[in-house]
Design a protein around this ligand. Structure first.
Ligand code: ZN
Length: 433
């Protein structure tokens, strides 16, 4: 008789229902060790950050029909090859190009994800909860979720935040690289021309409360260190870092210090490791920094050339130049990604680490990480370092599922409290600042 795990691997090469996963016999019981492929293909794999959404909207990119030789990080075939079960599609609004149109652009991006799901109902399913992820996974469809990257999308209006929740948005990164009117970002914290707030403002705390009440995960990737600590104090639910790596290993302000990693863990949250070369390899980061002046001059020149073009064209052209400059630096080794996952697992704990690729959002990733099809290499790398199948499953998706469920529980509690106390609406709409 086939050992159960082998049977599982045969039955489904792509995804397995979680109820079967839960019964998967660990190697100790069967007396045989599982291969990386068996572990990976019988796990629920969740990635919390892909910028593919812009391609869907601006390039009319179709996940089922990528152009020949497409260099993108994500499509259905690549997701299937990498056994990717759930993807959070990033809803990111470039703050300069779309000034005055933040909500409009946010809605367009959300619509682009829904359009893909409507076009390919056999391959993709919009989901809004851990239960939904499980359901899509059982049906071998990619679970598609929405995460807003940058609080400027709510245009300082908590009613918009609620609207986005009702449309299915399940996390919001409080800031992108730009400080908004209620939270400081790590991206411009040293820029004295920007008006900063020393972290999170009172309105920012109201935003966090409302996210907790709604059941939207609070994402601290991109925020300044002070905003990070203010958010941990304000949030009643565990927080996530949807795409952040370790600052001790790679000294980038977008990465998290060990103290921050431990603080997320204390609150029960999870840090999803980003694969961008500048966040996972110190030498690469330095080389990229060293070319900053020339690169900026080159992208500025292109921006000038396209100054009368529409924002989408202008962004696409400058992005192309930025990628050409990044390509001048040799890609770092794949092991960098494993180093960061390993570090977060050791410092924060095995229950507090996950995957936040930043697919289609970076100009460079380590050698061997070309797309979602390469995700099994992460399992391979972790297995080689002595991680058990159970630990690997936590990293691949289990930890995010736990936090997502906890966020739902906190929401339930806060909604019940609100019903009992019937507070005035003042708290939620208290200020526009
Ligand atoms: Zn980002």
């Amino acid at each position: 008789m086939l050992p159960r795990i082998l049977l599982c691997a045969v039955v489904s090469f792509f995804t397995l229902p979680s109820f079967i996963m839960a019964q998967t016999t660990p190697s100790k019981k069967t007396g045989r060790s599982l291969t990386a492929k068996q572990i990976h293909n019988s796990s629920l794999v969740i990635d919390t950050h892909a910028d593919t959404t812009q391609r869907l909207l601006d390039e009319d990119f179709d996940l089922a029909n990528p152009p020949a030789g497409d260099q993108g990080n994500l499509d259905f075939a690549k997701a299937k090859a990498g056994n990717l079960g759930a993807e959070f599609f990033s809803i990111w609004v470039e703050p300069k190009e779309f000034k005055g149109q933040y909500a409009h652009r946010t809605l367009d991006l959300i619509d682009a994800v829904y359009q893909q799901a409507a076009k390919h109902p056999d391959k993709m399913m919009m989901v809004f909860s851990p239960v939904g992820i499980d359901l899509a996974h059982r049906e071998h469809r990619l679970a598609a979720l929405l995460g807003i990257e940058g609080g400027h999308s709510i245009e300082n209006d908590i009613r918009l935040l609620r609207d986005y929740y009702h449309m299915g948005v399940r996390y919001m990164t409080l800031t992108w690289s730009n400080t908004n009117e209620w939270a400081d970002s790590s991206g411009d914290i040293t820029d004295t021309s920007i008006q900063h707030h020393n972290g999170l403002t009172e309105f920012g705390k109201d935003v966090v409360y409302e996210m907790n009440r709604l059941g939207m995960m609070v994402d601290i990737s991109h925020v300044s260190d002070k905003t990070f600590y203010d958010t941990l104090l304000a949030s009643r639910a565990p927080v996530i870092a949807s795409h952040s790596s370790s600052r001790v290993l790679t000294n980038h302000p977008r990465n998290m210090t060990d103290d921050m990693l431990r603080a997320v863990a204390r609150g029960g949250g999870v840090v999803m490791v980003n694969y961008y070369s500048a966040f996972v390899d110190e030498n690469w980061r330095k080389a990229y920094d060293a070319q900053a002046k020339e690169r900026t001059a080159a992208t500025d020149a292109v921006a000038e050339k396209y100054k009368d073009a529409d924002p989408v064209t202008r962004y696409r052209e400058t992005d192309k130049v930025a990628k050409e400059w990044a390509a001048k630096i040799p890609r770092p080794p794949f092991e960098d990604i494993i180093d960061h996952i390993d570090h977060v697992a050791k410092v924060a704990g095995i229950d507090h680490v996950g995957l936040g690729s930043d697919f289609d959002g970076t100009p460079s990733m380590p050698e061997g990480m070309d797309s979602a099809a390469d995700l099994p290499k992460i399992t391979e790398g972790l297995l080689k370092r002595g991680y058990t199948a159970a630990q690997i499953r936590k990293i691949l998706g289990g930890n995010l599922m736990r936090v997502f469920r906890q966020v739902e529980q906190v929401s339930k509690k806060l909604r019940a409290e609100q019903k009992q106390q019937r507070p005035s609406l003042a708290r939620q709409m208290s200020s526009s600042k």
